[in-house]
Design a protein around this ligand. Structure first.
Ligand code: PEP
Length: 246
């Protein structure tokens, strides 16, 4: 399995910037896919044009969100079916910014994940604890509360499970956890998946302030299958350095 690098552009890249990122770096992006699986997640309106630009490449395109309704009168929403129809193959669920700013609950996350799976879109399930949880050593309890109901209620046929562990206290601020802490958390997540959903093949990603300076340290961690990268992924040179650091 190639390491997986997922770029979360959030609302930080405009439509024009997103399209230009692909047009300007198409060849190099394609070369990167020899040794890595790369998923770019722009905002909704850039999805279709980016899919068109990258159609002859191995770069995958992911959405940052989808509706938890299948279809219907839900003004402003975008369904998993529509995403699939334009060629989206990945989508985040449970990102901390959706949980915090848009009230995304575990039930909603499960509904979204199942709709995505029904439409052959791979959910990228994000979990992570707050600083308060971290300080009070409640991380594993919180992750268990976030993860178990999802593992028990999703029905995937492809059996690929992508979990991005993103401590909320390390997102967007340049702070990353100690390697020993991440090793403990990742081992524990693998154990939980092994006991609750043994048929799945998990791919575990770390996300939170990954950049070209700290990637050497992060890549020393055993058994991380890839990275979810926010801010640094909006600068091609930084994204490139992160992926090509061996
Ligand atoms: C994120 O929010 O998914 C993320 C990883 O952001 P950043 O890399 O900017 O901390």
């Amino acid at each position: 399995m190639k390491p997986l690098y997922i770029a979360n552009w959030k609302m930080n890249m405009s439509f024009g910037n997103s399209v230009n990122f692909c047009l300007n770096n198409l060849k190099q992006l394609q070369i990167l896919t020899n040794n890595a699986e790369i998923v770019l997640c722009p905002s909704f309106i850039a999805l279709a044009p980016m899919i068109e630009i990258l159609k002859n490449s191995s770069i995958k395109i992911g959405a940052q969100n989808c509706s938890h309704y299948e279809s219907g009168s839900y003004t402003g929403e975008i369904s998993a079916q529509s995403l699939a129809e334009i060629g989206v193959t990945y989508c985040f669920v449970g990102h901390s910014e959706r949980r915090i700013y848009f009230g995304e609950t575990t039930d909603v996350i499960i509904e979204k994940a199942n709709l995505l799976l029904q439409n052959n879109i791979q959910p990228i399930i994000c979990i992570g604890e707050t600083q308060e949880h971290f300080k009070t050593k409640a991380t594993l309890t919180v992750l268990k509360e976030q993860l178990n109901p999802i593992l028990e209620n999703i029905s995937a046929t492809n059996m690929r499970l992508i979990i991005a562990y993103e401590p909320i206290w390390s997102i967007g601020n340049g702070i990353i956890p100690e390697n020993s802490y991440l090793e403990e958390v990742f081992a524990w997540i693998r154990k939980i998946i092994g006991s609750h959903a043994p048929d799945y093949t998990p791919q575990l990603l770390y996300g939170g302030s990954v950049n070209e300076k700290n990637i050497a340290q992060l890549k020393k961690i055993a058994r991380i299958d890839g990275f979810l990268i926010g801010n640094a992924s909006t600068h091609f040179e930084q994204f490139f350095s992160i992926i090509t650091h061996y």
